[in-house]
Design a protein around this ligand. Structure first.
Ligand SMILES: [Fe+2]
Length: 182
């Protein structure tokens, strides 16, 4: 899905493929190893990371990609790092890898997921926002801890999507106005 989205949005397909291939390098690392590697890297840990070290597999996968696979491309490393929680201000490659991971076919085919997949082909930031909302609802319903980065990513993506929408409305209004003036 990451490569197809990259093609759709005219992004570098090779970078998307590389990030897609390496995003879960540390998925099966033990919690203690994830914590150790994150600390050795000097990452700032949130209490939710400590309570649920699996969340660190995204950051640690980026470390493994850099250290063991020689990946130097910062965009690819960031996309690996952001694939689970996203990050406010993340670039478009990170957005598509985040969406591809959250909405991959293996996650199921509920109406809500299908709708999110549909939005991801239409508007990336709106899709990131709605996907964060979807995850937050799931976490609330299942009484799981919520990582603050999910909320920050959601707020950032929602703001961008809203801004794009109001710009579109403005430009449509000015087109209508111009029609009357002509
Ligand atoms: Fe992952």
């Amino acid at each position: 899905m990451a490569i197809a989205l990259a093609r759709h949005y005219h992004l570098d397909e090779e970078k998307a493929a590389r990030a897609g291939l390496m995003h879960d390098l540390a998925k099966y690392f033990k919690p203690q190893k994830l914590l150790q590697m994150a600390q050795a890297e000097g990452l700032e840990l949130d209490p939710v990371d400590i309570a649920n070290p699996h969340l660190l597999h995204a950051n640690v996968s980026a470390i493994v990609a850099r250290e063991q696979f020689g990946i130097k491309d910062e965009e690819v490393l960031q996309a690996i790092k952001n694939h689970t929680l996203g990050s406010p201000g993340m670039d478009l490659l990170s957005c598509i890898v985040f969406l591809a991971d959250s909405l991959e076919p293996g996650r199921g085919s509920t109406t809500e997921l299908e709708k999110l997949r549909q939005i991801s082909w239409q508007e990336l930031h709106k899709a990131v926002w709605k996907t964060c909302d979807y995850s937050l609802k799931y976490l609330l319903d299942s009484r799981c801890l919520i990582h603050p980065r999910t909320i920050k990513t959601r707020n950032w993506a929602m703001e961008i999507a809203d801004r794009k929408q109001s710009n579109q409305v403005k430009s449509q209004k000015s087109k209508v106005k111009n029609c009357f003036l002509e």
